[in-house]
Design a protein around this ligand. Structure first.
Ligand SMILES: [Zn+2]
Length: 478
């Protein structure tokens, strides 16, 4: 068997191999009963309370109806961090043409670029992750079907006939009350899709976060002077923060994606340097795609530092938090080595005129895999928070140990629950389900060990799961 046919064969057998085919006899038991029966009594007491608590998701993205009906392979691709930027493994436009093209087009593109074999390989390996095997069992319980990946996708497709009510039922099941939606990633679907999603998840409330790079994107390609650019950028920034510039609504926080592009972020106030960088960027457009990626980002580095600084000044003025993408990484687009949480120290300090101004900073994704560094930054600087997404839900059972690691350094008042949900709504649900379960398990250790009373443990869960989110964003309407 050649490597190609071996991989293709794996793809075809994907559904069968994604999970155990042994039917569970206990899937009709309630989630609570099923989980508690295996645990000690102290845990059961804590879990019962924690599992019922309201949930706020401090960082997440839009769900559209394009995944309402799916296939096992496509579902794996859409839920995978490796699969998310799949089009970027091929020349611009090739992957989308392959995905949506007729049979002849698909055949030709596949012959030239070997697309199917790459998709097969990626999804095969993902299907062999414990994350997917565990997800299969959990979703089988929720959908009341056999615990095989194929059966789960089939049952999900049934619910996909009325997709928005399915999405809503996932939200209700984990008691989501507020989400902070980063509108910077919306799969080019824009305002109608955002509004549709927000309506579908009611009574869960949505609060919007705007992304600096989305504002830059509007103006970076324009043939204008730096002065004109700065004027337009500043005007849009205020509209997004104070007006209705975030797809028809105001924002309660900002988000930056700068760290993966340049690494260490040092605030920049010097307009002259920013203007030089603007000119250099405009001159480089023709050669940028052919440059080594770090060198390409470095051309606009000062411009990006400057625009980031302008935005952070406005956040500080409004006591508005800035979320900053940290850890994680959407290979092959971003530069993994740049995403070290310690590269945020100068931003957390935000020194000017010999004074530390200390705006509210939320490093995202638990700094994963550098969880300890993100936790330590948050331990040292009172204005630096700690957000749990990506690690939640992707490390599944190990969340128990990770939450203990986070709580050993980060004050309980600064830990924020989040899912980073994108594409498929099950990430909201899994993050909520596993987040509550393993947080309860980690807190039980503290109660048993004597470091927290039962009441203190429950209050800790309330803070992590919703209270801290409402405090950091000054949400007065909840
Ligand atoms: Zn995100």
């Amino acid at each position: 068997m050649t490597r190609e046919t071996e991989i293709a064969g794996r793809g075809a057998n994907l559904a069968a191999s994604a999970a155990s085919t042994t039917p569970s006899t206990s899937r009709h038991l309630s989630h609570l009963a099923l989980f508690c029966e295996r645990q000690d009594p102290e845990f059961s007491k804590i879990f019962e309370v924690v599992n019922a608590l309201p949930l706020d998701d401090t960082h997440c993205h839009l769900v559209t109806d394009r995944d309402a009906i799916t296939t096992p392979q496509r579902y794996l691709e859409r839920i995978s961090l490796a699969g998310m930027p799949f089009p970027n493994y091929f020349p611009v436009g090739v992957y989308d043409s392959w995905l949506t093209g007729d049979e002849a087009t698909r055949h030709d593109l596949d012959k030239t670029y070997g697309i199917q074999a790459k998709v097969d390989e990626m999804t095969y390996h993902l299907s062999q992750s414990i994350f997917i095997k565990f997800l299969t069992k959990e979703l089988a319980q929720f959908l009341d079907c056999e615990p095989t990946f194929e059966a789960v996708i089939e049952a999900r497709n049934d619910r996909g006939q009325d997709y928005w009510s399915y999405v809503n039922s996932l939200f209700r099941d984990v008691n989501l009350e507020n989400i902070m939606l980063d509108t910077g990633y919306h799969e080019s679907c824009g305002r109608p899709a955002i509004e549709k999603f927000e309506e579908a998840i009611l009574p869960c409330r949505t609060h919007r976060i705007a992304r600096i790079e989305a504002i830059q994107h509007e103006f970076f390609g324009m043939d204008i002077s730096f002065d004109e650019f700065e004027g337009l950028y500043s005007e849009r920034l205020l509209e997004v923060m104070d007006g209705e510039g975030n797809f028809g609504k105001k924002s309660v926080g900002m988000k930056s994606y700068l760290l993966p592009l340049i690494g260490l972020i040092e605030p920049l106030y010097d307009r002259t340097l920013a203007a030089k960088s603007w000119e250099a960027m405009r001159k480089s457009y023709a050669v940028l795609p052919f440059m080594e990626r770090q060198a390409a980002f470095n051309i606009s580095k000062d411009l990006r530092r400057y625009t980031f600084t302008l935005a952070l000044e406005e956040c500080l003025r409004r006591d508005m938090p800035m979320q900053i993408h940290t850890g994680d990484g959407e290979a092959p687009d971003v530069i993994l080595r740049n995403q070290d949480p310690f590269y945020l120290e100068e931003v957390v300090r935000f020194d000017k005129d010999n004074t530390m101004r200390m705006p509210k900073i939320i490093p995202l994704h638990a700094g994963y895999p550098s969880v300890g560094k993100a936790a330590w930054l948050s331990h040292l600087y009172p204005n630096c928070y700690f957000e749990l997404s990506v690690m939640t839900p992707f490390v599944h059972q190990s969340l128990y140990e990770r939450y203990k690691q986070v709580m050993e350094a980060v004050p309980l008042s600064k830990i924020l629950f989040a899912s980073d949900n994108y594409h498929v709504p099950e990430l909201f649900w899994l993050a909520g389900r596993w987040g509550k379960r393993y947080l309860a398990k980690a807190l039980t250790d503290h109660v048993v060990g004597g470091s927290l009373t039962f009441d203190e443990a429950i209050e800790a869960a309330r803070m992590v799961l919703h209270k801290n989110n409402r405090a950091v964003y000054n949400l007065s309407d909840v």
